[in-house]
Design a protein around this ligand. Structure first.
Ligand code: AMP
Length: 444
């Protein structure tokens, strides 16, 4: 090889890492064969129930400007200070891989003037989010969320509608989780509460017990002291003043109405005064879906949300009340009832098995013919052994297998095997479509 050629090879061949095998990036997860039916089940069920309630599917880009999150999630939030993946674009603009969905959805609401649509606007969003969090079971650096948002509805019915939808979804998925609710008040009443809270934590005996993070939070974001996971801070939070006791009259009325509606709908909830959520933009009702833990560990959150009445205005839109809720897909998958997924799987109608090249070609044609007639057909054209083809048909719980070999091809026939009873009969190949349609109409 000439030196020139060597250079060319260098240019066209990407350099290969020298390690033993390629690894995925820390905190990332692959979705492997066999796992998708459960994802699809969740998505289809969420899509169906949300559509029935007037939610419309939307999408937003994975990349947004860094400042969007600074302005919405909050400069002192964990998401912005610790977890965001951001970089300088070649143009010099700082961009971020979205760490949460709401800011992007709100940006789209403002940018495209969705306030001109009939209000309330209800949206369903699904996609990946990126947070440089500490990976552990149910916590990844790329995870997927389903987000439901309602814009333009100031009354308590918006939260109630979201909570009702969550309640229905959890039922559909066979997940017995707890719904925690709290109110964060508003700009009028929250400052009084925060003063009291700071006073409580500044008492020497309390302050001394705080973890280093909470000492910083005491200055930057005192509400977050209430949901610190450190045992000593958790114990202190139990004795802290409660926000509910400081709500102004309109906020109190709003919360009472939400709870009354939920009582009337028979939806159980748990009033949790420590629930603050980690983001700056929430006001009034906040809620979370948690899986009560049997061990001493903290309950795992499956989803969370709340009202964010000031966010649209603070990002430059006209004042618009809004509230939303996000469910974490990976966490739902940990608790999803597998039987529900199995039942939801459409059992194929027919499995086409073949033996030899000629029959394989014939079954390729028949596959298309049956599929166009509306039947769900499965095949394994790459397999040669009949035994392994029928084993797959069994695994798929197919009702009928159609088998074509050299003899059948010459006779213009096909074998129909009832996969449950094992009985077989010979059919005229020309009539197979009409016979199958008739048989399956009976069994469907
Ligand atoms: P948040 O946007 O933090 O309110 O999260 C909403 C839901 O998304 C949580 O309740 C979790 O179910 C899920 N979630 C949040 N962060 C992660 C993560 N790092 N990995 C997996 N799921 C997550």
């Amino acid at each position: 090889m000439t030196k020139k050629h060597d250079k060319l090879v260098d240019l066209v061949t990407p350099s290969r890492p020298t390690g033993p095998i390629a690894h995925r990036v820390k905190g990332m997860k692959d979705i492997q064969p066999g796992a998708y039916p459960a994802w699809e089940f969740l998505l289809q069920s969420a899509g169906r129930l949300a559509r029935l309630r007037g939610f419309e599917r939307i999408d937003t880009p994975v990349l947004e400007s860094y400042s969007l999150y600074e302005r919405s999630s909050g400069r002192t939030s964990d998401i912005v200070t610790k977890e965001m993946y951001s970089f300088l674009d070649k143009s010099g603009e700082r961009l971020a891989l979205r760490p949460e969905a709401t800011p992007g959805i709100v940006r789209a609401y403002i940018e495209h003037g969705w306030f001109n649509l009939p209000q309330p606007v209800k949206t369903l969003w699904y996609g990946p989010l990126f947070r440089r969090d500490k990976p552990q079971l149910g916590r990844y650096r790329q995870h997927y969320q389903l987000n439901f948002d309602i814009f333009g509805e100031p009354g308590p019915l918006a939260e109630v509608e979201l909570i009702f939808l969550i309640h229905e979804l959890l039922n559909d998925w066979g997940i017995e989780a707890q719904i925690d609710i709290n109110s964060l008040g508003c700009v009028d009443c929250r400052p009084n509460y925060i003063n009291e809270l700071v006073k409580y934590y500044k008492e020497k005996k309390h302050r001394e017990q705080l973890c280093p993070d909470c000492r910083k939070r005491l200055i930057k974001n005192p509400l977050r002291l209430l949901d610190c996971k450190e045992p000593a801070c958790e114990a202190l939070a139990q004795g802290a003043p409660q926000l509910i006791d400081f709500l102004c009259e309109p906020c109190k009325q709003h919360l009472v109405k939400v709870l009354e509606f939920l009582d009337n709908l028979g939806i159980q909830y748990n009033l949790n005064s420590q629930l603050v959520r980690g983001l700056d933009y929430y006001n009034r009702t906040v809620f979370e879906v948690v899986m009560p833990s049997e061990s001493a560990q903290r309950p795992l959150a499956l989803g969370g949300g709340g009202r964010y009445d000031q966010l649209i205005e603070s990002l430059g839109g006209r004042p618009t009340p809004a509230c939303g809720f996000a469910l974490g897909m990976e966490r739902l998958l940990l608790y999803l009832d597998p039987n529900k997924v199995e039942v939801s799987q459409t059992r194929p109608d027919v499995f086409l098995a073949q033996l030899g090249d000629g029959p394989r070609l014939k079954s390729l044609q028949l596959f298309e013919e049956l599929r166009q007639a509306g039947l769900t057909v499965h095949q394994a054209f790459t397999k040669n052994s009949l035994k392994s083809q029928l084993a797959l048909a069994n695994q798929l719980k197919v009702k009928y297998a159609l088998i074509i070999g050299q003899k059948e091809l010459l006779d213009g026939t096909i074998l129909l095997r009832d996969m449950e009873s094992g009985s077989q009969e010979v059919l005229d190949l020309k009539r197979v479509k009409s016979i199958m349609l008739k048989r399956l109409a009976k069994t469907k």
